[in-house]
Design a protein around this ligand. Sequence first.
Ligand code: DC
Length: 231
Amino acid sequence: MNRKITIAIDGYSSCGKSTMARALARRIGYVYIDTGAMYRAVTLYCLRSGLYSGGKLDTAALEKGIGGINITLTHDASTGGIITMLNGDNVEREIRTMEVSTHVSEVASLPFVRTALTEQQRSIGRDGGVVMDGRDIGTTVFPKAELKIFVTASAAVRARRRYLELQAKGEKADYDAILRNVEQRDYLDTHREVSPLRQAPDAVVLDNSELTPEQQDAWLLARYNEVTEGK
Ligand code: DC
C-alpha cells in the first residue's frame, strides 16, 4: 500500500477548497480537516462569550480564555460530512453565518490564536493521511507536505458560489454584501502579519473559475496519483 502522505490545500475564501478536499479525502480514505472551521469556531466563541463590545474584540480576555476553548471535528456518519464541535456543542451551522464570516479575519490575525490552532492542526496531522485545507497549511503548518495545492478563482465567481450556497440553505443572501465580504477577506488574509495567505513556492496552482466540480476532483486525484506513484 502507498505510504500515507500529507496534502495541503490553501487558497482564497469560497474557492471550493473544502468541497474538493473532502471529496479527495473520502476517495482515498484520508482524514479531512477544515482549518477554517477551527478559526470560525474561535470567532463564534468570542461572539457568544460577549468578547465583542461595541464591535471591538477584547483580545486580552480571549488570550486568557483560549486554553478553555475545545474544538473538535467529528465525522458525521449520516451525511459523510464533518461536524465542528465547540466545547461539546454542534456549531457546524452557526460558524457559517455572515456574522461569523465578518469577524473571523480579525480573530485569525491574532498571533496567539494562530499558535494554538497551528499546534492542534500539527498534532492531528502528525502521522500523515490527512487532507487539510486552509490558508497557511503548505507554508506554516506543514511546510514539508508532499502535495500542496494553491486554489484560486475570481472574486465574482466566488461570491456567486457563496450566494447560491446560502440561498440553498434557506438563509438570507445579499450578493453585493457577500462580494464585499469576499474582497475584504482576501485583503485581510493576504496582508496580516502572521502567516498571511500566500502560495508556497512548491505548490501547484489550480484556478477553478471555469471548472466543474467533477473536473476539479479528477484534476486533484491526478495530482495525488502523481505524487504517490512509486512511493
Ligand atoms: O476557509 P474559511 O473561509 O472557512 O476560513 C475562515 C477564515 O479563517 C478565513 O477568513 C481565514 C481564516 N483562516 C486562516 O487564517 N488560516 C487557515 N488555515 C484557515 C482559515
